[in-house]
Design a protein around this ligand. Structure first.
Ligand code: 5GP
Ligand code: ZN
Length: 123
């Protein structure tokens, strides 16, 4: 059996890596070479979409000068999706980091929420 580094093994077990590779089905709303956008399975608003990079990055903690460009790509796709979903004048983008920050899937993702009035402060 080939020896796998922990990081590689982690990716194989990662839910969003499997969704990115279409090994687990999702309701896809947009796709680019580097990104996949799909509907959240437990929507917290009438529109709740997640954008993920196809390449595994576990959280914002792992961002560096080498990979931070992907965040710009995610932002541009998020803007397009907000127009597509008719929520461009009222929406919220969220990235949770760490368990205390509300992160449950450790593959970086941008939540897009819309279609209802948002509360502040968030919970
Ligand atoms: P986090 O809590 O890490 O910021 O967000 C993870 C999100 O992924 C949650 O909103 C959760 O509902 C969503 N999620 C978890 N498992 C699945 C799944 O198998 N498919 C889809 N489409 N969304 C999922
Ligand atoms: Zn992953």
């Amino acid at each position: 059996m080939k020896f796998l580094a922990n990081k590689e093994r982690g990716n194989m077990d990662c839910l969003f890596c499997k969704i990115a590779k279409k090994e687990i089905p999702s309701s896809v709303v947009a796709e680019t070479d580097n990104l996949l956008a799909f509907r959240d399975i437990e929507p917290q608003a009438p529109v709740h979409i997640l954008i993920i990079p196809k390449k595994h990055i576990s959280s914002t903690k792992e961002l560096s000068k080498l990979n931070v460009e992907i965040l710009g790509e995610m932002a541009l796709l998020a803007s397009e999706i907000c127009k597509q979903e008719n929520i461009e004048d009222g929406n919220r983008w969220i990235i949770n980091t760490g368990a205390e920050g509300g992160q449950t899937v450790f593959h970086i993702h941008l939540h897009i929420l819309g279609g209802r009035t948002m509360q502040w402060p968030p919970g």
